[in-house]
Design a protein around this ligand. Sequence first.
Ligand SMILES: Cc1ncc(COP(=O)(O)O)c(C=O)c1O
Length: 442
Amino acid sequence: MEMRLSRYGAASTRPAPVNRMMADFATDFRDGVDINLGVGYVNEATIPEAQILEAMRTVAAQRTQYRQAFNYGGPQGSPNLIASIRRFLLRRYDGRLDEATLARREIIIGPSGATSLLEAIADVLAPGLVVTGDPMYYIYTNTLERKGFEILAVPEDSDGLNPDALERQLLGMDDAVNRVSFFYFVTVNNPTCSILSNARRHALAALAARLSREQHRLIPIFFDQAYELLIHDPAVEAPESALRGDDMGVVYEIGTLSKILAPALRIGYMAGAPGPFLRAMVQKTSDVGFSAPLIMQEAASLLLDEHIAGQITRVNTGYRDKARAVGRAIQDCLGPHLESISGGQAGFYYYLGLRDVETHEQSPFFRYLTRTTGDPAIDGPAQNPHPRVIYIPGEHCVHPRGALVAAGRRQFRLSYGFEETGAIVRALGIMREAAAYAATCR
Ligand SMILES: Cc1ncc(COP(=O)(O)O)c(C=O)c1O
């Protein structure tokens, strides 16, 4: 006998491809032996554990400022944290976002990180077409598809997403503009870590405003800034907020403290125009059990007020050093095979395209690295295989019906976040062997 599942329930009974792959690998992952370049985990050494614990102790002790920190919070989020985020945004944009503009925007805190806000958007907005970049943030696009949305993924160029190409593609599709539910762009893209320039960011916001006027309805544009505080290459222009200049109120910016403080805080926020959409978002937070645990919100407020500048510098110094060392090892180990490379300036991913080596889950390259070739000389003993290396194959990052499907079969995302540099360099050495092995299988 079967239960009657909702459409979403039925679509969710099969794990998403990346979840399945990671779960397979995680069951017998050997610390210090196997190397995980697939997970989006932050580097443990960047998490300021002592500061977080100290902040929690201070919050617990200062009951006047941090009232009832161990009780339920409200659905919009802690007023202390919201005020701290406002101050933080003004400091961070350093004159490029003025107080008056920000004062016209509301800030809400999600129940569980930026992820929960992204999920809420999909419940609150009417299903339709979601326009995003390709390669795309596969975790969210997968959620959206299970919730009945259709994805239009527009290929990035070497500088990220091109608004003119996007407009051409959108207008070239029958009835597409009518069907657009919202725009979703990741400003430091996951998986490519390409950085959306300020000019392109403002052009995308202007396009959303123009189409909104033509459609006589607001078409929101969400900028997911998950990695924007991790721009570690000093040569990159300082990002601007698209809230400035957004007279219609179509722009919403989504941030998270996961990457600069700790994912376990589960603090994600959204800033944008007040109105029915934001009220529905707050109601959704209430429906799922209120915003993030209050003690975490209060501790985050204190950390933002007192420690965040030094913390961001420390985190970025660490990732910059890793990006350089890993970038050199990529050239050393995979140089002759490399067709394209992006990343290394922000966030903690490189996205690589190989000229002559396939990377998908059935490919010899992948099977060599996961020690599933069937050849004992390569795989090692069944009970204790040779060191395995996992990455995110490009086939899962590109839209399955988009223009990048063929290229995606030769691409992959390599994370330099979680593992230490020595292990990543070792993994790249094994990738060199895997590429040589793949050549013998042709
Ligand atoms: C593009 C993007 N958005 C959002 C998130 C989720 O952030 P949070 O930990 O706040 O849920 C991630 C996490 O990896 C991400 O890559």
